[in-house]
Design a protein around this ligand. Sequence first.
Ligand code: FAD
Length: 410
Amino acid sequence: MKKADLLIIGGGAAGLSAAITAARDGHKVLLLERTKRLGKKLLVSGNGRCNLSNATIQSHRYHSDTPSFVDAVLAGYSTDSVREFLGSIGLEIVEGKEGQLFPLSLQAATVVELLEFAAREAGVEIVLECAVASIAHTKSFAIISNQGRFTAPRLLLATGSVAAPRLGGSDSGYGLTASLGHTLIPPRPALVQLRSSAPWLKTCAGVKISGTATLYANGETITQKQGDLLFTDYGISGLAILDLSREVSTRLADHAYCELRLDLLPAYPKEKLTALLLRRIDPNSRKPILLWLEGIFHKKLARALLDHTRLHAQTEAELTRKSVNTLVHAIKNLPLPIHDTRGFESAEVAAGGIDTREVDPITMESRIVPGLHFAGEILDVDGDRGGFNLHFAWVSGIRAGSNLVTAKDQ
Ligand SMILES: Cc1cc2nc3c(=O)[nH]c(=O)nc-3n(C[C@H](O)[C@H](O)[C@H](O)COP(=O)(O)OP(=O)(O)OC[C@H]3O[C@@H](n4cnc5c(N)ncnc54)[C@H](O)[C@@H]3O)c2cc1C
């Protein structure tokens, strides 16, 4: 049986930042990671460039059943704290156009290598391919894994969420935590693509535009996002869609009817668009209506609009004021019923997780099991795109790592 002051389960951003912090404070830390390598999600983050944090961290960019928990965790841990921590492992940071922070190398692999070196240098013992199966807690924690037993008076669960199983995501952390008496807020996929079976989608699969998507659940307006909309054979993707997907997930879990209304030309208000279309009609032209519409839209999207509106007109000259109104309505309010998300397989993060009412936001210690700590995405906290999720992983990891010392010394 191996002993340590602190056992950490999970070698992602949260587990590694906690391990480095605690080990630098002189603690004997053992970090157990189920997969063959550390930081698998870090490696793909920001399309391999690793969007580490954001220059403007604000609590409204986070989502949780207990927003006050997020406020308290973030308080005092600004972007500068994260910069300082990452600087201490030797990483230079560069700021992107929308405030995203990246490693100057723009390579996620460099981040993972520096983290691993810093952890080992501080004395952290790392055990890879070590899957924790169960935890027993009496005075201390006893862990059973495929690589034997480990024990310590303190345990940090940094097992992440169920999102992206190909990158180590699993529900095992939830099960381990539940076995210790904690409550799970059901996880839902977030930052994920959406499924729809609208027949016109197949026609325009592969087309990307810049538009606006408004989400309605049971007829009520929920949210609106502007940005890329990418039509696909399964439904819809793009940055605007990822940004509203957690709301869709949550509403679908409540069995609400979800529909997006797409504005394909947000720069053209209804009146301006109507005037444009009317102005484009030559009453003497025999130009096919599809070609006429191709003057404005990608060919596939023009086809999809005609499939959806089923106009009687065949040529430009046959277009009436009524058919223009029908077209304008479709362009500004194209309905897209959503029946599902693409699930945890494709999700970047999970909404939901361990109920944060049961966790102290200053020490990240359980209010139910003394000596048990949490950090990162296992908790019921998810952030927007732009580095917010990794920021939370670093901050909660650093908090857990530094407050373990305080707790032990008391
Ligand atoms: C494709 C993709 C792109 C992303 N891009 C960004 C981005 O650009 N910016 C951003 O801020 N966020 C991004 N995220 C989200 C971000 O990567 C995560 O929120 C963050 O990495 C979570 O860190 P974590 O340490 O809590 O969990 P994880 O990184 O998931 O680490 C948990 C670790 O625990 C291990 N583990 C689980 N169960 C056990 C067990 N029983 N025994 C032992 N080990 C176990 C897992 O193998 C895993 O390595 C992205 C996510 C994905 C999937």
